[in-house]
Write a protein that binds this ligand. Structure first.
Ligand SMILES: Cc1cc2nc3c(=O)[nH]c(=O)nc-3n(C[C@H](O)[C@H](O)[C@H](O)COP(=O)(O)OP(=O)(O)OC[C@H]3O[C@@H](n4cnc5c(N)ncnc54)[C@H](O)[C@@H]3O)c2cc1C
Length: 391
């Protein structure tokens, strides 16, 4: 039987393991048994949602999947060996790297201290709860919220955060005493112009100030100022700063298969790791030029499952990121390599769909909802310019 070794037991790794049935000997190496539904961190941070968002990875994997509860420390792509932190070595016929990304505040002077004090909503439940505690105690002043570098896990999440923060402060009666500044390294509020055309007027209507071309250079906690590389300053009382992201700390052989941010270099269509036809990378861990989102990890897991079965299926760059605009409305950022992101009207049904994901996520990991998702992705497939969408 072909030995498929999956490193990382998050969204992509778990879905792929469960998608591979007969004909494969599937092993998942996972550095934690605590599988978290990360999108819910938004609601822990901004709505004090109860953090019942973790399940045991062992219970999420199908019975045919072997689980190794260790951290992978080295991957030798020539020798086809993965080494774990206890020194064990695992041989494979096919490898799939699904190790996601983590936050790295140390890249920006002063950010580590700010994240430790005020929290963040892209790493742990404890950090998201820290954001909530500061928002909960906030009675006025300046909230500065934004992403510190261009790549962000879930690209809509910075906009979602600032709109939910504004909604909270308004509901609490402190809006008149509060200045809210949204900063972004991009030239507009949202990088895709069609979505920016929807989002920028909403920020304006809610009195949120927009600072574009703002790449965070350093944070001076004593003076309470965020400085940008471009030379702008934002004074803050409550900073909610999304840190830069990096790939997993794994020693690869050859070392050149990861870039400076430790994202795994792979073919954007076949998802094979550069120079290795027997090894793949999926999800946030890759350098593929598409949104780092659970939907991407899901779709890529299906591509790799098909390729492992010998079918020439290719990833088309499909994104489908929900964006909560507060006030009970949401939209989806939908695009692909060939089809630019197009305009979408916010609606209550899209907000309902986003909130439903928290419940159906666990079933989707078990691939039980595959027929439903296949249909959804077919019906909502974005069309290249000049081409009518169709199933
Ligand atoms: C606030 C927020 C909101 C979001 N909203 C959405 C949304 O609405 N829709 C959406 O689709 N996505 C959303 N996302 C993004 C989504 O959660 C991620 O993109 C998705 O989880 C990526 O899946 P993955 O499998 O690539 O990585 P992960 O799910 O992060 O899994 C990676 C796994 O690998 C493990 N690992 C890492 N290194 C090693 C190692 N050396 N050895 C063994 N195991 C290792 C990690 O512990 C982890 O379990 C959101 C994220 C955040 C933070």
């Amino acid at each position: 039987m072909r030995r498929v070794l999956i490193v990382g037991g998050g969204t992509g790794g778990t879905m792929l393991a469960n998608s591979l049935g007969r004909g494969f000997e599937v092993t998942v190496i996972a550095d934690s048994l605590a599988h978290m539904f990360a999108p819910a961190l938004l609601y822990v941070a901004f709505r004090n949602a109860q953090p019942t968002i973790v399940r045991n990875e062992r219970r999420l994997l199908a019975s045919h999947v072997r689980l190794i509860d260790r951290r992978a420390t080295a991957i030798d792509l020539h020798a086809r060996i993965v080494t774990t932190d206890d020194g064990e070595r695992y041989a494979y016929d096919n490898l799939v790297v699904a190790t996601g990304i983590g936050t790295d505040p140390a890249q920006i002077p002063g950010l580590g201290a700010v994240n430790r004090e005020f929290g963040d909503y892209h790493s742990t439940i404890a950090q998201a709860q820290r954001v909530w505690r500061h928002l909960d105690g906030f009675t006025g002043g300046t909230i500065a919220l934004g992403q510190s570098s261009p790549i962000c896990k879930c690209p809509p999440s910075p906009i979602e955060g600032v709109l939910l923060a504004e909604e909270l402060v308004r509901a609490r009666g402190y809006r008149a005493a509060t200045r809210i500044v949204f900063f972004t390294p991009f030239p507009r509020a949202y990088p895709a112009e069609a979505i920016d055309a929807v989002v920028a007027p909403i920020l304006h209507a809610r009195g949120i100030e927009l600072m574009t071309f703002f790449d965070v250079a350093e944070i001076d906690s004593e003076k309470r100022v965020i400085r940008s590389i471009e030379g702008d300053d934002i004074s803050y009382d409550l900073p909610i700063v999304i840190p830069p992201f990096v790939g997993a700390s794994i020693a690869y052989e050859p070392a050149g298969v990861v870039d400076a941010s430790r994202f795994v270099k792979c073919d954007k269509a076949t998802l094979t790791i550069e120079g290795f036809e027997d090894a793949f990378a999926i999800g946030d861990a890759t350098n593929v030029p598409t949104a780092k989102s659970g939907v991407t990890a899901h779709l890529q897991s299906k591509v790799v499952a098909a390729r492992l079965r010998g079918r020439d299926v290719r990833f088309d760059g499909r994104t489908n990121c929900p964006m909560d605009l507060a006030g009970g409305r949401a939209l989806f950022v939908v695009g692909s390599y060939a089809a630019p992101v197009v305009h979408q009207n916010p609606s209550r049904i899209k907000a309902f769909m986003k909130m439903s994901m928290a419940k159906i996520y666990w079933l989707s990991l078990r691939t039980l909802l595959d027929p439903f998702f296949d249909l959804y992705f077919r019906l909502t497939r974005p069309a290249p310019p000049g081409v009518q969408p169709g199933p």
